[in-house]
Design a binder for this molecule. Sequence first.
Ligand code: HEM
Ligand SMILES: *[C@@H]1O[C@H](CO)[C@@H](O)[C@H](O)[C@H]1NC(C)=O
Ligand SMILES: *[C@@H]1O[C@H](CO)[C@@H](O)[C@H](O)[C@H]1NC(C)=O
Ligand SMILES: *[C@@H]1O[C@H](CO)[C@@H](O)[C@H](O)[C@H]1NC(C)=O
Ligand SMILES: *[C@@H]1O[C@H](CO)[C@@H](O)[C@H](O)[C@H]1NC(C)=O
Length: 357
Amino acid sequence: MATKLKLAALVVLAAFLAGPAASEAASICFNGWLRLPTYNPQLCRSSPTVRTRQRVPAPSGSGLTSGYYNTRCPSAEQIVTDAVKKAVDANPGIGAGLIRLFFHDCFVRGCDASVLLNTTNSKNSDTEREGPPNKDSLRGFEVIDEAKAAIEAACPSTVSCADIVAFAARDASYFLSDRRINIQMPGGRYDGRESFANETDQLPGPFSNLTALQESFGAKGLTSDEMVVLSGAHTIGRARCMFFSSRFPEMDPAFAAKLRAQCNGNDNTNVNQDDVTPDVLDKQYYQNVIDKKVLFTSDAVLNSTETITQVTENANVAGAWERKFESAMENMGKIGVKTMGDQQGAEIRKVCWRVNN
Ligand code: HEM
Ligand SMILES: *[C@@H]1O[C@H](CO)[C@@H](O)[C@H](O)[C@H]1NC(C)=O
Ligand SMILES: *[C@@H]1O[C@H](CO)[C@@H](O)[C@H](O)[C@H]1NC(C)=O
Ligand SMILES: *[C@@H]1O[C@H](CO)[C@@H](O)[C@H](O)[C@H]1NC(C)=O
Ligand SMILES: *[C@@H]1O[C@H](CO)[C@@H](O)[C@H](O)[C@H]1NC(C)=O
């Protein structure tokens, strides 16, 4: 007991001593996901995947076709749409989760459903679901699992989990936008057989600056404009206080005061990302950037000379952002796709959270 108290006192003292100095010297690590009081060589050294980052050509998506399942499994897309509709009607937040799931799938190993695996693979290591961007955060898995089960019953071993994730993101975008956003989403992706937590540092994090955002998207063949367009997805869903509480002084004072009260000092509390229209996939995000009513550094930096023109246009021109979002989502769905099965070490999984035997 005495030791415990002493330890507690030490921790408090250390925190007090470290306090202001530490926050100024905070290290931004794991590609913008961690803001640590001190430099941690393990987490702060950028991995080879981040270090060798370079701009690559736009994803071609060759091998994908629209209506891919029309002959192979005619009910497939409707089954996904029904499952998404049901889930979004019950809780719009799940729709936000499905859109994010697609982004987090495509940015790591391509759109191959690697993000869905939770059962240890051949190398016995943590999967993407355990990585800092995903752990205790991603949601919507049960919608994918439900759609997959119904599709397997209709057409066994025919429809990939990667395509289900892509169709679900398309449908969630449609329902959450009051049917204003219609993404063309071709099919034909195969499912990967590997998933590693340490590769999730290819996703840019909330503490990323503009350069880091542009480089992370560039490394996937997406442009800075597409990065700005896709960030508009932060007009729905939620976020935890740990990712933005260091920014209260930089925000609109009334917005910051509201968030401070909601967070109440708890890092794990979730708040709405868009305080104005929290459950609608609309262009409000861009007005929020201008009004200093966005949560993350990665949102606020869009007020930069290079990107402010598009922010203003998206905020003001009706329908402009929606059309760009449709194309950018379609493009994101082409990143690193596997369209050949065996030859690419890929397969059509039977259950989305584990590889076939
Ligand atoms: C530009 C770089 C991006 C960064 C740094 C970023 C970061 C984040 C973070 C930190 C959260 C909150 C997670 C939590 O607190 O648990 C979040 C939520 C979310 N993000 Fe992003 N994101 C980015 C781009 C995107 C893109 C491209 C999309 C989709 C097109 C997207 C869709 C979402 C959605 C819908 C949520 C809410 C999820 C939910 O409510 O379950 N984000 N993002
Ligand atoms: C990521 O984790 C896997 C499995 O533990 C390991 O084989 C690989 O070397 C790691 N990669 C990096 C870049 O650390
Ligand atoms: C894996 O995730 C699914 C949901 O996608 C869940 O039903 C299942 O119990 C999880 N399995 C393990 C081994 O964690
Ligand atoms: C942007 O972030 C990267 C990665 O953390 C860092 O190396 C770079 O110095 C930052 N650039 C600026 C202008 O702050
Ligand atoms: C945007 O940047 C300009 C110029 O640096 C600055 O004056 C303004 O306060 C910033 N606005 C927001 C919303 O961050």
